[in-house]
Design a protein around this ligand. Structure first.
Ligand code: MN
Length: 306
């Protein structure tokens, strides 16, 4: 069985992919993990628990079935994954994003779950909780922590905290062991980039929508790249009264948008008008440059959401 996680991997997709592969192996199913992209340095340690390799140049027709985790549309898994629909093999999916494709043999699609890792945790818990070991527990804990902003998002439920507590107990590790590996890995260049980005924070729509920008020249001045903007979008959201915010990041001639909400504003609806999508509280999209024009249009669409 081949298990795919989505491109530009995050803690939840890698954690759920690795925990699922370990579960399959413990239950007598051969599992291979694929991702078209390399994980960031702060997540690379997870690959010690289970290898994740590129699907390029692999004979995917040799697999009996495919499982897609933490994404519900094949294009989220990259160019190679898009081709598996033509292989005529069953494709399964486990995810917590809205509006799944209807190409799956079976799927678990639960938007009321904080993370795909919380869903994989239930697979372990309901099947045989004794199979939760240190490695699978740390993998799942990583996904729950990263997808909930360290248990701060409104996707967190008693079930989420219960899962996290059981993972700590069964995996026999302390939460800071995982959190320090994920978050205490910044470089001084990344903080210099953050400092430039924070200066761009601007409020719109009666101070209810905030924006933060990262330009190509900021990357050049600080010797950083797009991967170094991880987490920037959450800073404007901490301003009192702000209901939603958008990170604008120049990417060549285009602008990559990351949208976050901590109110009724549904950023999935907003992002779907911007060549993207996601969750109610976190989504992404694209706009053509220049930056000033993108800001004007995106804010206009956001005002409609208020
Ligand atoms: Mn997720």
């Amino acid at each position: 069985m081949a298990v795919f996680s989505h491109i530009r991997p995050d803690g939840d997709c890698l954690g759920s992919q690795i925990a699922l592969c370990l579960w399959l192996q413990k239950n007598g199913v051969d599992a291979t993990a694929f991702n078209e992209d390399e994980p960031g340095d702060n997540l690379r340690w997870l690959l010690d628990f289970f290898p994740v390799s590129s699907p390029e140049d692999q004979d995917l027709s040799a697999f009996d079935a495919f499982v897609m985790v933490d994404g519900n549309a094949l294009h989220r898994f990259g160019k190679v994954a898009e081709g598996i629909a033509d292989l005529g093999k069953p494709i399964y999916m486990i995810d917590h994003h809205p509006q799944p494709d209807d190409i799956y043999e079976e799927f678990v699609s639960r938007v009321d779950y904080s993370s795909t890792c919380e869903l994989i945790y239930e697979l372990y818990a309901e099947h045989n909780p004794d199979q939760i070991d240190e490695q699978s527990a740390k993998a799942m804990y990583t996904g729950i922590v990263t997808d909930t902003g360290s248990f701060q998002f409104d996707s967190v439920t008693p079930n989420t905290l219960n899962a996290a507590a059981t993972l700590l107990k069964r995996g026999n590790f302390k939460p800071n062991e995982v959190v320090e590996r994920i978050y205490s890995t910044k470089t001084i260049n990344q903080l210099h980039l953050l400092s430039k980005a924070l200066e761009t924070i601007t409020l719109y729509a009666d101070q209810q929508i905030a924006i933060i920008c990262v330009t190509n020249s900021m990357f050049e001045e600080t010797g950083t790249s797009k991967e170094d903007t991880e987490g920037f979008v959450s800073y404007p959201l901490s301003i009192s009264g702000v209901k939603a915010c958008v990170l604008f990041r120049e990417d060549g001639d285009r602008i990559k948008l990351s949208l976050r909400s901590r109110s009724h504003v549904d950023v999935n609806v907003w992002a779907r008008k911007l060549d993207g999508g996601g969750h109610k509280k976190a989504a992404a999209g694209w706009h053509n440059g220049p930056l000033e024009e993108a800001i004007e249009n995106v804010i206009k669409l956001g005002e409609g959401q208020l």
